[in-house]
Design a protein around this ligand. Sequence first.
Ligand SMILES: Cc1cc2nc3c(=O)[nH]c(=O)nc-3n(C[C@H](O)[C@H](O)[C@H](O)COP(=O)(O)OP(=O)(O)OC[C@H]3O[C@@H](n4cnc5c(N)ncnc54)[C@H](O)[C@@H]3O)c2cc1C
Length: 284
Amino acid sequence: MSGYDYHRPLSLAEVFELRRVSPEAELIAGGTDMMVRVKNHVSSPADLISLRNIENLSGIEPGDVTRIGALTTISNLIEHAELAEKFPVLVEAASQLGSPQIRNVATLGGNLCNCSPCADTATPLLVHEASLRLQSPDQTREVPLQEFFVGPGQTCAAPEEILTDILLPSPKPNARTVFMKKGRVKMDLAIASLSVLLEMDNDTCTKARLAAGSVAPVALRLFEVEQFLEGKQLNRSLAALAGKQAAKIISPISDIRASQEYRRQIIEVFVKRSIEKLIGIKPS
Ligand SMILES: Cc1cc2nc3c(=O)[nH]c(=O)nc-3n(C[C@H](O)[C@H](O)[C@H](O)COP(=O)(O)OP(=O)(O)OC[C@H]3O[C@@H](n4cnc5c(N)ncnc54)[C@H](O)[C@@H]3O)c2cc1C
């Protein structure tokens, strides 16, 4: 491993000053992605700036818009009873991320900023239409999560910006959600994953949000499928058609984990089964 200076600032102002002096410095939160990169010589920063001692960057504040600090650990998400009640799809996804040891140090902000297409918390946050608060020395701005992901490992954040908060609008009382993930083994990265949110008025879908992971360069909202479902009475055959449509619009790759054909099949089945589950019919 290459040598580096490890900084532990106590405020964002200190972080900005450290980065002004050392523009190539890298931020580190839980380190579960960053230290793998350093160890494998994918990153060789001369300076690492830890965000862990900065006040107000972690914690969960429920409200009309729930605020989750970027440094909140995945375990803290899972343990928060009110979050589990309001955003069960996020907590379900979080509980399938890595192992307990990883979840105890990995942060929500790190999972998003790492910008992997298989980040488990990305799809539930996309279906809840989360936005992110980014802070630079001069300004604070909010961006919708779906604009944040630009490509694998690439976000729309400027080099000097730090993710401080994840903001989640409250779902309507009639919203129902589901998360599905397929790994090769337990505690594995996703071969494919899916989050679905449906709002229903009796049998009719009034709002549909679907997002898929590991099947495109970034976690992906399935806009065409959403439009197809909205305004329709949902049933088994419509669920099957939505699955076929989803399989067509994703752009998976073949890699060490799975072939692109297999990923398409998983998403087709996940979309179909998710809809069936959410409308209360036995998944076929
Ligand atoms: C064994 C193992 C299993 C794993 N399994 C899974 C899994 O099943 N699912 C999954 O999704 N992930 C998995 N991961 C990946 C990883 O644990 C998660 O992505 C984790 O949430 C990253 O958070 P972190 O705090 O450790 O990020 P770090 O490694 O500290 O940082 C990741 C990146 O984000 C940047 N960053 C972090 N915080 C901020 C911020 N606030 N503002 C700006 N930039 C920031 C860092 O500079 C770095 O580039 C696994 C990792 C390991 C080692």
